[in-house]
Design a protein around this ligand. Structure first.
Ligand code: HEM
Length: 286
């Protein structure tokens, strides 16, 4: 596999693992009742640990393949120390590596709030990395909010999906799903609004206008925006049709459609992350 493809896949693996970890460990804090039923959606420590290890592994492959892309095979180690110690984004990489090591400890021994807090800090590193590194403080903050809001949504779909599957097996959990979906949707409305506004700001930072389908960067961004629009349509259908109507008259059927829609929303979200794993490495043909 060539260095460029390795870089895209490593970034995808990195975004998938750190975003699922953030969204799924944040979910219990806003979507679940504090009483007895938390266990159905609570993420086992083993899964948090596996996602933390995946985050470290993919961050490592990303960094090494980035350095390898700057030189020939012999010079990779030298390029690596050069990237970390002699570039403007070296300190961001050092911060990210330190935080993912801290994350490992938090996923093993930390109280439940530590994992979402540390993964939030890891996600904000994107504001001072790649294209965003030259966007100034407003641009960097916009990118940090963009990535964190996207992670809350895409990562939160995992425990929500788990809860729906549990309720299909045990109908006594249906009330918990209705509560969690209502609260998740309210978080989702805020996340979608933040993603759209910061996405538009990022687009303006990169292009100074709307994406041009005649340009490769523009096409990849337009695909991303279309996937985002499809996700929003599914989320609106879940909220205003399935939750408000179908779940009240036919809960079993509602749960079946809901589990399919949440899975589809999840797959579209993973496709957006693959798209942006390439987009962040491309330059608009200005
Ligand atoms: C579910 C929806 C979305 C997700 C998961 C998402 C995720 C991301 C991520 C992870 C990055 C950082 C990439 C990096 O650091 O290299 C990013 C950057 C960006 N996003 Fe989004 N985003 C979403 C929606 C949008 C929308 C709707 C727009 C446009 C309106 C948008 C425009 C951008 C732009 C222009 C960048 C900068 C890319 C670059 O560095 O060249 N995003 N997005």
């Amino acid at each position: 596999m060539d260095v460029a493809s390795t870089l895209v896949l490593a970034r995808w693996g990195y975004f998938l693992s750190v975003m699922i970890l953030f969204g799924s460990t944040l979910f219990p804090f806003y979507a679940l009742n504090r009483s007895g039923t938390a266990s159905r959606a609570q993420q086992p420590r083993g899964i948090n640990l596996a996602l933390a290890l995946a985050t470290i592994a993919f961050a490592g492959v990303w960094l090494v393949s980035f350095a390898a892309g700057l030189t020939d095979r012999e010079g990779t180690l030298e390029a690596l120390s050069g990237v970390l110690l002699e570039t403007g984004f070296g300190p961001v990489w050092i911060a990210r590596i330190s935080l993912v090591i801290l994350l490992l400890g938090a996923s093993l021994w930390g109280p439940p709030g530590f994992v979402p807090a540390i993964t939030f800090l890891i996600l904000t590193c994107e504001g001072w990395q790649g294209h965003a590194a030259v966007w100034g403080i407003v641009g960097s903050l916009s990118q940090a909010v963009h990535v964190a809001a996207a992670a809350a949504w895409i990562g939160g779909l995992v425990p929500l999906g788990r809860l729906i599957v549990a309720a299909r097996r045990d109908p006594t959990a249906t009330a918990e799903v209705v509560t969690a979906l209502g609260r998740f949707s309210s978080m989702g409305v805020a996340a979608v609004a933040l993603i759209a506004v910061t996405g538009a700001l990022n687009t303006w930072q990169m292009l100074g206008g709307v994406p041009d389908p005649g340009d490769a960067y523009g096409r990849v961004l337009l695909i991303k925006i279309s996937l985002f629009a499809a996700m929003v349509c599914l989320a609106l259908h879940n909220r205003y049709f399935l939750l408000e109507k179908r779940m009240k008259v036919a809960p079993a059927q509602g749960l079946r459609t809901l589990s399919r829609n949440v899975l589809l929303e999840q797959i579209l979200g993973f496709a957006v992350l693959l798209d942006v794993s390439a987009l962040g490495l491309m330059a608009p043909n200005m």
